[in-house]
Design a protein around this ligand. Structure first.
Ligand code: SF4
Length: 509
């Protein structure tokens, strides 16, 4: 087979200034090896050309003036639109602003649908002009970005009968306000309770953003003292090595706070690894390009970590390939130049990314711009967003198609963050899963030995007869008890087998 080897084409980047004032195009600052022109090479036994069966669509990152389609932004130039200040100042937080921004792009019935949707939503509305402009307003009901950020009553579904607010029990595992300590060597630190946008499906809807008609939020107030209490706790646990700094979103921390928190943690002798969690790259990548103080502060923490031989990374959150554009690539180029590692945690969502093709494209596109796909979470049970959940069975099928599609280090693990505080479990590791009732049972021997944790498929994915069973008084308890008994029997069997082959070995219970 004859292959043509061509010099890579330098990416075409728009003119947004980087923090040192230089053009952001890597071609301006990175020396490319001298080209020697196309060569023809003949190989024996080559596999089929990769691009001939998966395509190269993942490299198609939008660089058009997509925001000009939105009436309110039609006269806004790229230089102004692609600043974090414009994005923050023009974020849409209510239906009046939405109407002022979109005008006649959608019919009045759509606005009425959003008004009703917000009444039943656990999260307040907040969406950046960037995200708003990436929505296909000719098909708003089908658009994956609209689906995630803007509730519409006509698509909402009743909550699962077993749903409870804070289903992950973060508050029960909280030794001091703003700290969740569940895993032996890792803790979650929530220094802030706001975000640049609000996702409909936020697991921390019990605390994040403003109150809604449905949820009065837990207030993480008294910041200075609360942070000091958190530092005291984190330093007091010798076995604690890993801290996730989340929120809210660390994008909303001031540069000096971002740096202070990172430096305080890195200087604790027990802490070896810290992670900043931010959805910012997905919803407002302009901040990386124009908020120089913030990126410089992050860079200094990464450099401090390197000097102390400790690990500092960023965890971000993309759910659909449409969320990645040329601006995201530019932002990631800045991060790569500063040797900042970025990993992605995705949430599997009905109507957003619940097909093998979309998930494969997302994984390839993330990998292409140096974001490592790390986790795909099955959707937590969160009030008001049952329409977004998928079944365990559907997710496992998608995982099968994603694995093997690219390098292992760029292949995300599909995990269930179990209800009741069992932590993240590999989605395949259930002890029992009844596809008819939609009940899965997991164990978590290293987190809560001896305990069983449940996950429930959405009722709409079950046969109608099974859906009706969930409505009969007492029947749900019976189904859950049966599932728990089956899981216990499986665990007992494997303990017996373990004992047979390793007599005297400690059991996981
Ligand atoms: S950015 Fe994260 S913390 Fe904020 S609303 Fe979205 S999911 Fe929740």
């Amino acid at each position: 087979m004859e292959l043509e080897l061509l010099e890579p084409t330098p990416p075409n980047h728009p003119a947004v200034e980087s923090s040192n004032g230089a053009s952001n195009s890597p071609s301006s600052s990175v020396e490319k090896p001298a080209g020697s022109g196309p060569k023809s090479v003949t190989y024996e036994n080559t596999p089929p050309l990769y691009e001939s069966f998966v395509g190269l669509e993942h490299r198609d990152l939008r660089r058009d003036d997509f925001w000009a389609e939105i009436p309110a932004y039609a006269d806004v130039g790229a230089g102004e639109f692609h600043t974090h200040t414009f994005q923050a100042q023009h974020s849409v937080t209510n239906v009046r602003q939405l109407r002022d921004t979109l005008g006649n792009l959608v019919p009045e019935s759509f606005y009425a649908d959003v008004v009703e949707g917000i009444k039943r939503a656990p999260m307040a509305l907040r969406i950046s002009p960037y995200l708003l402009s990436l929505i296909d307003w000719t098909e708003p009901y089908e658009d994956p970005i609209r689906t995630q950020f803007m509730p519409v009553a006509s698509r909402q579904a009743p909550d699962h009968p077993e749903l409870h607010l804070d289903s992950l029990h973060e508050q029960q595992d909280s030794p001091t306000p703003g700290i969740t300590h569940r895993y032996p060597d890792k803790a979650l630190f929530l220094p802030i309770d706001s975000c640049p946008v609000y996702c409909r499906f936020c697991t921390r809807s019990y605390a994040i953003g403003g109150d809604t008609e449905m949820v009065e939020k837990l207030k993480l107030s008294g910041r200075a003292q609360r942070w000091e209490d958190a530092f005291t706790y984190l330093a007091s646990r010798p076995g604690l090595e890993d801290v996730v700094i989340s929120g809210g979103d660390t994008y909303n921390l001031k540069a000096e706070h971002l740096e202070m928190i990172g430096a305080r943690l890195l200087r604790m002798s027990n802490i070896r690894r810290i992670r900043y969690a931010t959805k910012g790259l997905a919803v407002l990548p302009q901040k990386i390009l124009t908020d120089h103080a913030w990126l410089d502060a992050l860079t200094r923490v990464v450099e401090l970590g390197r000097r102390l031989h400790k690990d500092v990374v960023v965890h971000t959150h993309f759910n659909h390939p449409n969320e990645l554009t040329g601006v995201t690539q530019d932002a990631m180029d800045r991060m790569t130049e500063r040797a900042i590692t970025v990993r992605c945690q995705t949430v599997l969502q009905n109507g957003v990314n619940d097909t093998p093709e979309i998930m494969q494209l997302l994984v390839r596109r993330l990998s292409y711009i140096n974001i490592h796909p790390y986790y795909v979470y099955f959707h937590d049970l969160v009030p008001g967003v049952e329409d977004l959940r998928t079944s365990l069975h559907a997710g496992l099928n998608i995982e099968k198609h994603v694995r093997g599609h690219t390098a292992g280090f760029n292949t995300p693990s599909f995990v269930v963050d179990t209800m009741g505080g069992g932590g993240k479990r590999d989605a395949h590791s259930f002890e029992h899963y009844n596809r008819e009732t939609g009940i899965a049972v997991f164990t978590s021997p290293s987190v809560k030995p001896g305990a069983f944790f449940l996950y429930f498929d959405p009722l709409r994915t079950l046969e109608e007869a099974q859906q009706r069973r969930w409505q009969v008084a007492g029947e749900s308890r019976r189904m859950i008890d049966e599932a728990l008994e089956a899981a216990k029997a499986t665990v007992a069997l494997s303990a017996e087998a373990n004992n047979q082959f390793h007599p005297g070995a400690a059991q996981p219970w």
